[in-house]
Design a protein around this ligand. Structure first.
Ligand code: FAD
Length: 417
């Protein structure tokens, strides 16, 4: 539906009485072809592509909270495909290409902004590492520019170029990287899936997984009763291990909190996404003017959606070390999300050893950018029972085989976001 400026003003003055909900609030049916646990970005994208690309519409997405209440609405919105390894790069590039056409595809404004992602380097060794990654990207047909110090200075004059220990020496720029309005992604996918017949069932927690005589999955116990299914797909992000345990599935995943911060609204200063190569700090500026930034995960396992003060302090230290002027901005809010940290930092999109049970997990702190490709590949796997070729390295048994995808989930240095 399209609205003119005048009709939007009228709606606002009348309390939006005539606006229709973007998706239905159905009661669960007794049985579905596919049930997806988790109404985050990955679960909703999977439902959308199952319906749109593979014609499977008898699908329910079961969400214990409301759509967007998980990490999809809590992240720092960075998207990019600047990976080194063959197991990662084509997958994230597929995702970036899907982002580039997403708003037209689901007819929803997700504010996809390709403002560029700049990873800074601070030593000769780090420059060589970045050059290698940039070359690998170009070999995969992905854009990458290695910038020297003066080129970085033109883009971001406010950085601490003369830091005594970590001077900015240059950076690797991916111009097609950027940011996307995270909650609009959840809403766009939810609306698109609902319009194709998918039931989105909010405020319904999965509390158990029912198995048949042969161990196969038959359905889920929920706070709204038992719901049967032919195939069960887990996309529960930070709660993956607790949901997996309901089927006696032990997973190579640990849950940690990641915090993020936003400052008061400021005039435009930061044009790109900037990441600090000497620490784990990343920053961009939202369209409202707030500086959006974050750093490391909290150092212990937790399912609480909030973090500790030591990490707040460390984040601020890193930020001010890179951008001294940041010390004069006021932090407005901080929040946390629970992340499914896999043991090699890379995700899993695979079948499980249990019949009818499929797994999408291990996104660590980099899963937002993966949302479209993850949804597409997971839908492909569920629909055809066949792994999509770009996700073929993201297997569950790689930890047993020793063939890990060890890129830290994020790029070359141990902690780059
Ligand atoms: P979620 O939105 O968390 O979806 C999972 C859903 O499952 C939740 O809504 C949860 O309520 C539901 N659920 C769990 N258990 C049950 C149950 N038993 N029954 C029913 N429902 C259940 N990634 C990037 O690429 N770029 C970034 O800049 C970035 N920044 C981040 C910053 C922060 C602070 C955080 C926390 C994460 C960040 N990430 C980033 C990571 C990214 O947000 C996640 O990897 C990704 O969102 C996870 O997938 P999801 O959207 O499906 O997760």
């Amino acid at each position: 539906m399209r609205y003119s400026a005048l009709s939007i003003i009228k709606q606002a003055l009348s309390g939006n009485r005539r606006w229709t909900p973007a998706w239905r609030e159905p009661e669960p049916k007794p049985h579905y072809d596919v049930i997806i646990v988790g109404g985050g970005g990955h679960g909703l994208a999977t439902a959308y592509y199952l319906a749109k690309e593979f014609g499977i519409t008898n699908v329910a997405v079961i969400e214990k909270g409301y759509i967007g209440s998980g990490n999809v609405g809590r992240n720092t919105t960075i998207i990019r495909s600047n990976y080194l390894l063959e197991g990662n790069n084509p997958f994230y590039e597929m995702s970036l290409k899907l982002w580039e056409g997403l708003e037209r595809d689901f007819n929803y404004n997700a504010m996809v902004s390709q403002r560029g992602v700049l990873n800074l380097f601070h030593s000769d060794g780090q420059r060589d590492e970045y050059a290698r990654r940039g070359n690998a990207m170009r070999l995969h047909g992905v854009d990458a520019d290695l910038l020297d110090r003066e080129q970085v200075r033109r883009l971001a004059p406010y950085l601490n170029f003369d830091h005594g220990r970590f001077p900015v020496m240059g950076g690797l720029l991916q111009k097609r990287g950027g940011t996307v309005r995270h909650d609009a992604v959840a809403w766009g996918y939810a609306r698109g899936a609902d319009a194709r017949g998918v039931d989105i069932i909010q405020h319904c927690e999965v509390t158990g997984i029912r198995r048949g005589p042969g161990g196969e999955v038959e359905g889920v116990e929920t706070t709204k009763g038992f719901i049967g299914c032919n195939r069960l797909a887990l996309a529960a992000a930070g709660n993956t291990t607790t949901v997996g345990r309901m089927a006696d599935l032990a997973l190579p995943i640990e849950t940690h909190v990641l915090q993020a911060f936003v400052s008061e609204g400021l005039k435009p200063i930061i044009d790109n996404v900037i990441t600090y190569g000497a620490g784990h700090f990343y920053i961009s500026q939202s369209d409202k003017g707030g500086l959006v930034f974050g750093a490391n995960i909290d150092y212990y396992s937790s399912y609480a959606q909030r973090g500790n003060l030591a990490t707040v302090e460390e984040t601020m230290q890193e930020g001010v070390s890179l951008i001294p002027g940041l010390s004069r901005a006021k932090a407005l809010r901080a929040w946390g999300g629970v992340m499914d940290m896999s043991m090699d930092g890379s995700p899993i999109i695979d079948r499980t050893p249990i019949d009818n049970l499929y797994l999408n997990a291990g996104w660590c702190y980099g899963g937002f950018k993966a949302t479209p490709a993850s949804g597409f590949c997971f839908a492909h796997l569920i629909a055809k029972n066949e792994t999509h070729h770009v996700s073929r390295f993201m297997r569950l048994d790689r930890f047993e085989r020793g063939y890990v995808l060890d890129e830290g989930g994020k790029g070359p240095q141990p902690n780059m976001h």
